[in-house]
Design a binder for this molecule. Structure first.
Ligand code: ADP
Length: 632
């Protein structure tokens, strides 16, 4: 069997995705490999295919018990013998699994790093033919990263204890140079093939919205998408509870997750979500680590996260199956304050000295500022994210809320002069909130405390309003008319360039949306090419039938529906409408083993629905469909 045959037979795919083949080839030549690819890019396949083709077994080190179970279930479903060994098993079960492993029953064994130093495991490893050791979430080995796990260092000792060094491959979605170097160095990779694919997740569309009523926005969105799976992230438990109640009242099946719930409640709620019993999850950022659910169609952030690293990771839980999905951030003026408040309350590592702590605080503050800029920018959001992670995106992606909005250029020089006189009047003692609030003539406790109404700038930009004034100030910062101090207060000061503006030697041009806010409380045009753009009414109806069948099979087997078939596979089934085994095997994601297990049930469903007559359940041509949905 070669790699293409393995891809088709076990996974049901026809072509490799970007980067996969290069890593697989290197491994099959006996070289070490390091793959740096974003979530959903298909890292697992890069070690699973070689594992099938190499003579011995592959050990996969993975930090999360829940992920291991998921992966092993998926592999078994695909007809690949795999097992996991971690603390969720009893000692007896571990002994039994190791015995079977020693007999060569498994091609792939997932192991928690802690296991590697146990006597029993070392004993097993000394006898076994281990062709490859793969390190998943390899950034956990780096002390630079946010997720450093000391237990990952045990991998190095383990490798040294083996009589023959296996091929070592490592995978992560963390991009930074430091982390990358650390992985290669600490793991002692031997002239590895290093592959870094772009960080762009093309199937995700990004949006920042500033609705007056955020809860109203979410409820409206759910009225349209309530049956789809999605996550709503809120920054506090209180917000989670409130939002959850409102969603339930709407009649949408939702569940919740935060640190205030008992372990049992969290486990149950997570399971309800993963098994699609309750497709909507309302949660704090405590939720998500180790969730491999592939059919999450949208992630809404009710509040702005503290930095873009967190945002991209959380939003990136959408669309792991490659289907179009939406990432929407709901922004309001208070978000910056909430985020700052949470940052200030962050626990600090008592082992670090004052200088380091200060450096960390400044770094956090800078990251927060960049996050806030993301919410304010009028340029392409995807480009902003990619630039942040050190990549260059196209000028416009045409698939984010900014690229979709129509902007006009407005001369705001006169308004900018008012901002300058306000900064001057305050003698650089205040930041953007007080200045914008003063200019807009806002009435807030804090502003009253500073007695801002006694200044001549008070209310000078009342007509423009506070959000637009803020946007103007942000643009003035970016254009260098103002600077902000680099401490957490970010006090605004004037630059020499400000004088140029006052003397009319410079103009302040601002990009504004034509008629904002166009859809403040929902009813926004949907960004992503969803299945509703692809399938016609009968197609959508049929998709529902297939989904119900999938749920039924999942229940019978006690596993999450997406492990049986992904949403992408079901959509492809609606498009291709297979009548025979051969046709069914053409569907993306239907491999031989899955065909044997489920093919007949799905073919029967198709026969019943169509009465055995060919029909077209999608708009346009099949080529168009494939182009729309990206390559399978
Ligand atoms: P990662 O670990 O990089 O986040 P996964 O390995 O979980 O990503 O893969 C994400 C999804 O993409 C899975 O549903 C997987 O089956 C699918 N996938 C991987 N490789 C291919 C491919 N060559 N063609 C089609 N789908 C693929």
């Amino acid at each position: 069997m070669n790699k293409y045959e393995a891809l088709k037979k076990y996974f049901g795919y026809d072509t490799f995705r970007e980067g996969q083949e290069k890593l697989i080839d290197a491994i099959l030549e006996g070289r070490d490999a390091l793959g740096i690819m974003p979530t959903g890019a298909g890292k697992s396949l890069c070690y699973q295919i070689p594992a099938l083709l190499l003579s011995g077994m592959t050990l996969v080190i993975s930090p999360l018990i829940s992920l291991m179970k998921d992966q092993v279930q998926s592999l078994n479903q695909a007809g690949i013998h795999a097992a996991y060994i971690n603390s969720s098993l009893t000692e007896n079960q571990i002994t039994k699994a190791l015995k079977l492993a020693a007999e060569g029953r498994y091609k792939i064994i997932y192991v928690a790093p802690e296991r590697l130093e146990t006597y029993e495991f070392l004993d097993f490893a000394a006898q076994a033919e281990i062709s490859m050791l793969s390190v998943d979430e390899a950034h956990c080995i780096s002390q630079w990263g946010q997720d450093f796990r000391p237990s990952y260092l045990k991998i190095v000792d383990f490798l040294m204890r083996l009589k023959t060094r296996p091929i070592v491959s490592a995978f992560t979605a963390t991009a930074t140079e430091n982390v990358r170097e650390d992985i290669a160095c600490v793991l002692g990779l031997n002239e590895p093939e290093i592959l870094v694919t772009g960080f762009d997740r093309k199937n995700l569309s990004f949006a920042v919205e500033t609705p007056k009523n955020k809860a109203g926005f979410v409820l409206n969105y759910l009225r349209e998408h309530g049956e789809e799976s999605g996550i709503i992230y809120c920054s506090t438990r209180k917000n989670v509870e409130q939002m959850y109640e409102k969603i339930i009242a709407l009649g949408v099946l939702a569940t919740k997750y935060h640190a205030g719930l008992s372990n049992e409640e969290r486990r149950q709620n997570q399971e309800d979500f993963v098994y699609d019993k309750k497709p909507v999850m309302v949660a704090t950022n405590a939720f998500g680590m180790g969730i491999d659910k592939s059919n999450v169609r949208y992630v809404i952030h009710y509040n702005m996260p503290q930095n873009l690293e967190n945002y991209y990771q959380e939003a990136g839980r959408a669309g792991r199956d490659g289907e179009a999905s939406e990432c929407i951030l709901l922004y309001s003026v208070q978000d910056l304050m909430i985020a700052r408040f949470l940052l200030e309350g962050k626990e600090e590592n008592p082992q670090l000295n004052g200088e380091t702590l200060q450096a960390i605080r400044e770094r956090d503050e800078e990251r927060l500022r960049r996050m806030n800029d993301y919410c304010q920018t009028t340029s392409c959001l995807r480009r902003y994210i990619l630039n942040y992670f050190g990549e260059h995106g196209k000028e416009r992606c045409e698939n984010c809320s900014n690229c979709r909005k129509e902007f006009i250029i407005v001369d705001r020089s006169e308004e900018a002069k008012k901002v300058i006189s306000c900064v001057r009047e305050f003698k650089g003692r205040f930041g953007i909130n007080v200045i914008a609030g003063t200019l807009a003539g806002a009435d807030r406790a804090k502003l009253r405390e500073y007695k801002v109404s006694s200044y001549s700038s008070f209310g000078a930009l009342k007509n423009l309003g506070e959000p637009k004034t803020k946007r103007l100030i942000h643009q003035m910062l970016m254009d260098g008319f103002l600077v902000a101090t680099s401490d957490k207060y970010a006090l605004l000061k004037l630059t020499d360039k400000a004088d140029e503006l006052l003397r009319d030697n410079q103009k302040m041009l601002l990009k504004e949306t034509k008629d904002e806010p166009q859809y403040a409380d929902g009813n926004r045009p949907s960004a992503a090419k969803r299945k509703s753009d692809i399938l016609n009414t009968r197609g959508l109806e049929f998709f529902e039938r297939l989904r119900i069948l999938r749920a039924k099979l999942a229940k019978e087997e006690g596993m999450p529906p997406y492990i049986i078939f992904s949403d992408k596979t079901l959509v492809d089934m609606c498009i291709r409408l297979p009548f025979t085994r051969e046709e069914m095997l053409m569907v993306s994601g239907v491999g031989e083993r899955k065909y044997e297990k489920y093919g007949a049930r799905f073919l029967e469903e198709i026969r019943q629905y169509t009465g055995g007559k060919r029909e077209k359940l999608y708009f346009g041509s099949i080529e168009e469909m494939q182009r729309l949905r990206g390559k399978f």
